[in-house]
Design a protein around this ligand. Structure first.
Ligand SMILES: [Zn+2]
Length: 552
């Protein structure tokens, strides 16, 4: 899932208008046919059908227009926009008469910390080499959006000699004598667009490089970044869980070395690049003065939103199925002039679409009479974009017992059909499709709703650990993510707006997830991890641990 260039808006709008007209007509005939079928079917199916038909394109559009509106400022964790989104979701849960399942009504509150550095206290100056005015140099400390370097304290270097290393050609013979105490200057390559696997590989390579430099005694790496004039992201406050402080980075699954890596500061712009180019390789006469101020901390509240539809079966109502999505996104572009350009990451598809899917299912399924046998927990998570931190928080602080949670269905990017591999109309991919029985449950639901639920040959397994199902899977709960487009234009770009959503297709997809949810909630049989699939073995083990030996 990586960004691509924004398409011509006009062309997209015309294409969408044409396409949605076609789908609208088809959707009407489908609805008429299924109504006729439903009247013939027995009680259960008719009941499900009428509940699922309460999921409508109109409702989804209404909810998403608000959730992805500019007013919510991209729903960054934490932000005023994120809070507004949480309050909206809670209002919908209240209107659906769900039981509040959090510690504060519908909110599960995480008391976290904000850490920010005073940008005006940054210093970087060079002496004894090519002349460069300090004010010409911009400094940030981010790596491609992942702030994985976050030392607790400050960093202060005075008169530290520099050492220039060609990143593409790092000499294997580098010794500690050469590098120790020196600031390493280098240029890191740009990440490719549209190739998540390659980008992650490059990130790992960068981390290996940074770890090696630290191992050789370099106190700091200065990475010259000639493509951008200004720092992005690195100076904005960082939110973190004091419980897990020092336990690793936001995204441990990506294999960052974290504390083992040398800190890296990015130097942006042409002036810095000219300075870098003028230096000889290896040790130079130049010295660097660097000051990175210590971060100041303050408390912050971030919230998951949770509502419960209590089950109706005396023996199954204390067991749970979770349906979820993340309601956070990336916020507002830094150093962006809102009077001249679009600066807001609206996140309509990522993951406004999944969020309003949860909200709409809460409304539709809460009117079922009798209610499903098991209880259903409707959840939206904060902090997915920071590395799944809201769902990981839930995994450590479950609102209903994990050993009584039989499955989680998580929705991601269910609104856009314009995938990089071609249009994805009437299809739904499931991550870790055959790791558990849940994939097959979704497949059967899709057959009834006219949606082909499938295992993507390369992405279904690769994306399993990249969304908010992972935390519960780690705990042993069969948990998967369902999505329509893995990779769409505007991914993590300001053009991810509600006008580009295919609401008719999304309606069918949400009904499919809702139907699978009902099947799981009404069945006395619990889904199980697939013991035949070696990729699921760690989850099989986690399930056994969660349930003790009694149920093996
Ligand atoms: Zn997402």
């Amino acid at each position: 899932m990586r960004a691509a260039r924004l398409k011509s808006w006009a062309r997209v709008a015309v294409a969408l208008a044409l396409l949605s007209a076609g789908w609208g007509a088809r959707a009407q005939t489908t609805r008429a046919q299924t109504k006729a079928q439903a009247s013939k079917a027995k009680g259960g199916e008719a009941r499900w059908r009428s509940a699922l038909e309460r999921v409508t394109a109109e409702d989804l559009r209404t909810h998403l227009k608000y959730i992805s509106s500019d007013e919510l400022e991209g729903r960054k964790t934490p932000s005023r926009g994120l809070d507004l989104a949480a309050e909206y979701i809670a209002r919908q849960f209240r209107a659906a008469k769900l039981e509040p399942a959090g510690d504060d009504g519908y909110f599960q509150t995480a008391n976290w910390r904000l850490s920010a550095r005073d940008a005006s206290a940054f210093r970087l100056a060079f002496k004894g080499g090519p002349a460069v005015a300090p004010e010409q140099i911009g400094v940030g400390f981010s790596v491609a959006g992942f702030n994985f370097w976050e030392p607790e304290g400050d960093l202060s270097l005075s008169g530290a000699p520099v050492f220039k290393v060609d990143y593409a050609n790092v000499p294997a013979s580098l010794t500690r004598e050469q590098v120790e105490g020196r600031v390493v200057l280098t240029e890191l390559p740009a990440f490719p667009r549209g190739d998540m696997g390659r980008a992650l590989q490059m990130l790992r390579e960068e981390n290996e490089f940074l770890s090696r430099m630290r191992g050789l005694g370099a106190p700091l790496v200065l990475a010259f970044e000639r493509r951008s004039e200004r720092a992005r992201g690195g100076r904005s406050p960082r939110v973190f869980d004091p419980e897990t402080r020092g336990a690793g980075r936001n995204t441990p699954d990506f294999g960052f070395g974290g504390a083992q890596a040398a800190p890296v500061l990015f130097v942006h712009g042409a002036a810095g690049a000219r300075f870098y180019d003028s230096l000889p390789a290896g040790a130079a006469q130049t010295t660097a003065d660097v000051r990175v101020p210590a971060p100041a901390e303050s408390p912050v509240k971030v919230r998951n939103v949770a509502g419960l539809l209590r089950g109706s079966d005396p023996s199954l109502k204390d067991t749970y199925v979770i349906v979820s999505a993340h309601y956070d996104h990336l916020g507002v572009r830094e150093n962006c002039d809102q009077t001249k350009e679009d600066c807001i990451f609206n996140g309509a598809n990522d993951d406004g679409s999944g969020t309003v899917g949860v909200v709409e299912l809460a409304s539709a399924l809460s009117k079922l009479s009798p209610r499903p046998k098991r209880s259903i927990l409707f959840m939206t998570f904060f902090g997915e974009e920071l590395g799944l931190v809201g769902s990981r928080y839930y995994g450590r602080h479950p609102l209903v017992p994990l050993e009584k949670t039989v499955a989680q269905l998580n929705m991601e990017q269910i609104g856009r059909t314009d995938d990089s591999e071609g249009p994805q109309v009437g299809t739904l991919a499931v991550t870790g499709f055959d790791y558990s029985d849940v994939g097959a449950a979704l497949e059967r639901a899709g057959e009834a709703e006219g949606v082909r639920v499938y295992k993507h040959p390369t992405k279904s397994d690769a994306y399993f650990s990249r969304s908010d199902n992972q935390s519960l899977a780690d705990a042993g709960v069969p948990a998967h993510t369902a999505g329509v487009a893995f990779d769409f234009p505007d991914y993590h770009a300001v053009g991810d707006e509600w006008q580009k959503i295919d609401f008719d297709n999304m309606t069918r997809v949400v009904r499919t997830v809702g139907r699978a949810l009902l099947a799981l909630a009404d069945s006395a049989q619990e889904p199980r991890w697939n013991e035949q699939n070696p990729r699921a073995s760690r989850y099989v083990d986690a399930w056994k641990k969660l349930h003790g030996n009694s149920r093996q």
